[in-house]
Design a binder for this molecule. Sequence first.
Ligand code: HDE
Length: 688
Amino acid sequence: MKQKKVNDIGTGGELHQAAGGAVPTLTTQQGTAVADDQNSLRIGARGPTVLEDFHLREKIFHFDHERIPERVVHARGYGAHGFFETYESLKDVTIADIFARAGERTPAFVRFSTVAGNKGSADLARDVRGFAVKLYTKQGNWDIVGNNIPVFFIQDALKFPDLIHSAKEEPDRAFPQAQTAHDNFWDFISLTPEATHMTLWIMSDRAIPRSFRFMEGFGVHTFRMINASGKSTFVKFHWKPKLGMQSVVWNEAVKINGADPDFHRRDLWQAIQSGAFPQWELGLQLFDEKFAEKFEFDVLDPTKLIPEEQVPIRIVGRLVLDRCVDNFFAETEQVAFCTQNIVPGIDFSNDPLLQGRNFSYLDTQIKRLGGPNFTHLPINAPKCPMNTLQQDGHMAFVNPKGRANYEPNSIGGVAGGPREDPGKGFHSYPAEEGGQKVRQRSDTFADHFSQSRQFYMSQTDIERDHICASYVFELSKVENPAIRARMVSLLRNVDETLAAVVAHGLGLKPVPKAAPAARPTIARLPASPALSMMRNSPGTFEGRKVGIVVSGGVDATVLKSLQTAILRVGATFEIIAPRVGGVKASNGSLVEAQQRIDGAPSVLYDAVALLLSGDATSELAGNPILREFISDAATHKKFIGYSDEAQPLLKRVLGIAKTDAGMIGLDSANTARAFIKACAKLRYWKRE
Ligand code: HDE
């Protein structure tokens, strides 16, 4: 009776009870039905709580244990399910079953991530992106734990903790978060010439992707494929996004982080939920020992890539992400990628970074997930038969069945447990190895600048400008002038103009002397157009998003034409209005809005359209948020569509007498189509 009275004062329980009989009954973890989830058990309504309240104790205790250690690197990530489909049999190069039959589909789980930031950091940090793929093959799980950049900072696993310590927040002050623009990082990098190549990539727009969907993935290391006659072929793995590559610009990245720190995960979630399943093709660079010997660099050196022009990419299948997770923690947080998860037909190379990783990942998963049985979690368990004699440990729930838990044993049949199978089993490639036990870096790893230069020379002028600007930005945040100067000294070995521009941007006079190089830079390496994002622009607007600003009285026909043109190319849009309730169009119909103008800056869109009507132009002309929306869109070289009435406002905000060719008037179905066609170029770079 008393209890009822308390509920009467509005603790919310009534709402749940009112939800009706179809709702499952809340229980404790032991399955006991809970009668009251609003009030803990106490002596009298105003008295002390009793220890006997097992529901309270269990609930609070479980809550206290909700967190597990976040990943030491790649803490911020987002995953999705899908499948890999093989295009053609690769029996000539590998016995891996996943590549045996054309058309075969293998379940997959992919997790994308940033590296340096903590779990709650913003998505658009300037950083390499993790691109980790778990393939649940019929021969066991195969993890390709890659990045969106084909090279790495360091050549030896021993340096990884130093690299990561330098990149993450500084230990005394615990900032900056998710940023490399600070002393520790550039101190380490400027003292580590082998990192130069990777930092050029990090300073490029590759490190600020527009979407996980629009970035490449790379296995980075050289691996091996082994065929039925035991022949080994070296291989590098590439993931090519079907929708092409696209990045944001730095000023946009900074603003997106404020406007929507979840920009990348929201984008992936929305694309998959709407049925626009992101796809990548798997490409292989296959080469033999002979090529490895004649190649200018060591194929075991992870700070080097093999230009596609030298070893073309063979496309062998596609990866499709078609299902979001049911629960982020159970799947994305608990997924445990391990580079050592490989299957028959795939093998490692001696890349010293890969060798170190093969130790690290298992160790990290045991720490992170609390014990050796993380492989029992549904997201990590293989989808093929799994029979081991490994048993017990924390949270074991699939212990081996039968009497014998050791091998060899004389107990026959199933009770005797599983046995090895030399036919089906994994065989390591019997590579000849020999030599002295030494702590020594191979001479063939010593050239740190030639490929850095090749990458830089392969970029368009605009891309080079962005690289220079990033160095200047990052190094300007470095407090110690000696570190800035040391970095410029290294850059002089890459390209004199690059070094001079960065030195100028930093106000460094005179330009510091070039750092001594272990090997002189080879200047004659040909440019590799494949390394430039801009030279490989996708030429499609599919999968992109337009922000359409509307005001009361918007021309309903023009709006409809624009929406049709957008959807026809597989793009999407959001309507942005002065009020989220929407506006009345010219024909009296209600145009619903997804966003209010102050919650949807133009940085969230690939292109924008200003469909303002006469009255609104004057009403909105002085609106500082709309002015910023327009000026950002222009500064970020976006294509801008505008109604007749919006044109004067556009010119006034931008201080221009004439619109440019990236600004397109919208007054009919034809102009709407022309606008969306132009958008396929993604940005109107001429405005730069
Ligand atoms: Fe990792 N890396 N890594 N890494 N890495 C981890 O494993 C490590 C490296 C990469 O979405 C950790 O589960 C060492 C290169 C991705 O869950 C850890 C070295 C490349 C992910 C670890 C490297 C990567 C990780 C942290 C140098 C690209 C996220 C948490 C020898 C080819 C996977 C974890 C996910 C995660 C160690 C270098 C990619 C600590 C020691 C090179 C995509 O085990």
